[in-house]
Every structure is written in structure tokens, then in C-alpha cells.
Design a protein around this ligand. Structure first.
Ligand code: THU
Length: 141
């Protein structure tokens, strides 16, 4: 397993377990596509989120955004990694909306997507997944 990042192995492993575990709380009766996410912040905190769907469909929130909002609500704003877990045979990278939200707090965060096939992991930096992102700096005068 090749992995190069600033996140220590023990924290990475705990975050993978946390993302898997929180996927069991996903509320996904419509898509039947549970997702778990774990954010790792600069101080090594691990904050989780799952997708929560709604009968109106459009109000569904993805696991990644739920985890980022949870992170900010705890007073943490420096994201270094986001792990996305789906109980599938292929990994799932964050949707465009989630990439934009992650950019606000972790423009260089590592985004790791894992599934039930350990050899099929995706790993990219957010700035590669969202090139020339619009962000806080664009609003500076
Ligand atoms: N979903 C996520 O939570 N994260 C992703 O990266 C992709 C999609 C959710 C939204 C919806 O509840 C379900 O997966 C199907 O799109």
C-alpha cells in the first residue's frame, strides 16, 4: 500500500475505520448508496459525516459536506485529508459541490477514496480535483 502524506499512519488508520463505521449511519433509503467520510485536521482530529437523504431528494447532503460542516462546528478549520468510504467494489470521488466546500478549508487536502477492494484506492490532492478553484482569495480586493 503506497501512501505519501503528512498524516501519521495511526491517525490515517483510525480515520479509515471511522469513515467505514459512520457509513453505517448513512440515511440513504432512496439511493441505497451509503457513504461515510472522515476529515482529518491539522491537529490530528478526526471528524466524521455520512450522507443524509430527504424525501424531497434535492435537500440530500453528501457525507463529505456533512463531515466538513461538522468539523467547522467544532471550531476546526484546517483540513489536511478527507477519506471517503463506500461499501462498493469501486471507489467514489467527491462530487463537484463537495470539492468546492472542501476547498474553503483544505485547498491542498489529500482526498482518499476507499471501497471494499483495498487495491482500488483513489488518492489526489484537492487542487488537482478542482483546478483553478474559486475560493476566499478571489474575494480579496
Ligand atoms: N454521495 C455522497 O455522500 N458522497 C459522494 O461522494 C457521492 C454521493 C451521496 C449522495 C446521495 O445520498 C447518494 O450518495 C447517491 O448520490
Amino acid at each position: 500500500m503506497r501512501r505519501r502524506s503528512m498524516v501519521p499512519d495511526d491517525i490515517f488508520r483510525k480515520a479509515v475505520d471511522a469513515a467505514k463505521s459512520v457509513s453505517q449511519h448513512a440515511y440513504a433509503p432512496y439511493s441505497k448508496f451509503p457513504v461515510g467520510a472522515a476529515v482529518i485536521t491539522e491537529d490530528g482530529s478526526i471528524i466524521t459525516g455520512c450522507n443524509v437523504e430527504n424525501a424531497s431528494y434535492g435537500l440530500t447532503i453528501c457525507a463529505e459536506r456533512n463531515a466538513v460542516f461538522h468539523t467547522v462546528s467544532l471550531g476546526l478549520t484546517r483540513i489536511v485529508m478527507v477519506i471517503v468510504y463506500t461499501p462498493t467494489e469501486t471507489p467514489t470521488a467527491p462530487c463537484g459541490a463537495c470539492r468546492q466546500v472542501i476547498n474553503e478549508f483544505g485547498p491542498q487536502a489529500e482526498i482518499v477514496s476507499i471501497c471494499d477492494k483495498p487495491d482500488r484506492r483513489l488518492q489526489d490532492r484537492l487542487d488537482a480535483l478542482l483546478k483553478d478553484a474559486f475560493g476566499p482569495r478571489n474575494l480579496q480586493k
